[in-house]
Design a protein around this ligand. Sequence first.
Ligand code: ATP
Ligand code: MG
Length: 380
Amino acid sequence: MVLRNLMKPKTGGAEPLSDDAALTQSGLLPGLEALPTVTLVLEKRTLRVAFANPSAESMLDLSRRQLMQMSWPELFANGDELVATIGAIAEHRFHATHLDAVLERPGREPLHVHVVVGFLESAPDYVLLELFENERHLRTDREERIHDLSIANKQLIRNLAHEIKNPLGGIRGAAQLLEFELGVRERQELREYTQVIVKESDRLQTLVDRLLEPHRHPHVVGDVNIHEVCERVRAVILAEFPRGLTIERDYDVSVPDLRGDKEQLIQALLNIVRNAAQALRERIGQGDARIALRTRVARKVTISKRLFKLALDLRVIDNGPGIPEDIRDRIFYPLVSGREDGSGLGLTLAQTFVQQHDGLIEVESRPGHTEFQILLPLVN
Ligand SMILES: Nc1ncnc2c1ncn2[C@@H]1O[C@H](COP(=O)(O)OP(=O)(O)OP(=O)(O)O)[C@@H](O)[C@H]1O
Ligand SMILES: [Mg+2]
């Protein structure tokens, strides 16, 4: 008690940073207090919170005093496991990085964090915990932006496509009438003009039809075996690229069926694998082009702010040149293409189909390695 009074700053009645005299006397607390990293100090023997810095208060949504008075493992989905691991680490004094924990804050998204356990030389009876937001969580912000943007895009595309579709029919029809009126004796040159109009109208019509594709087909839901989807896509692409391309299968056969529209999923995967094969043209010539189809089950996955217990993680990996840097951030937008004859719709459609299954497509690419990841929820 005497000690605690001594510890109080001389000016005003501000509270001490910790109730633990030994910790306070170590002189470490002002430094930890100022750290931007989320920092907790636990008493080694009991593992109760002896100190929490403001960053920790903000991440955990609790005041320092509340944290010191409560049983902190309750805050984590895997609290018991954390206590056991941290206890073992503290006992043997070895540092641990990337201990995974899931913070459950009432009314907010569960937060995946990495916990780093360390020691304080001048306070040997304490354990230092630093909490870092897991990349997977940071990813959700990006996912959310992709999701919002894609909803806005879809509206725009749909309206635009309808606006183009109607007059297009008129233009094509008028060109055909004109051609008819020209008669057999008219100069061939003039007929070529009308044919250009008809041909270009048809090309636009195909484009518009593809734009409207996801809105036209009703979403047919059934049990889908993802490996049947992969096998179908593999067969189609190998028929299109019969030489110089290997498509490896790396399947986890324990992946359960998912509920979804099989044809849509085939189309989505086909667009991604076909892009990879097209990008591999040079290697196909050399005979060492490779695409891998990999399936895995992922646990506790957040997709567009929703947490799913189980999801399918499907990867399409190729050893091609990588996505051109200038379009890398925009490849999921409509009409963005790096190929001369590309319409830039394949990935937009794939993303739309996967999103209709509450999933998401992401990509990482560098020369020699492009990896598309398709996440599809299996269990809520
Ligand atoms: N695996 C990949 N490797 C390298 N570049 C890729 C890969 N996948 C996609 N791309 C790039 O992304 C662009 C956009 O792909 P997307 O499928 O949306 O359109 P597209 O293939 O150009 O045309 P479409 O699919 O409509 O015929 C491609 O043109 C290509 O430049
Ligand atoms: Mg494509």
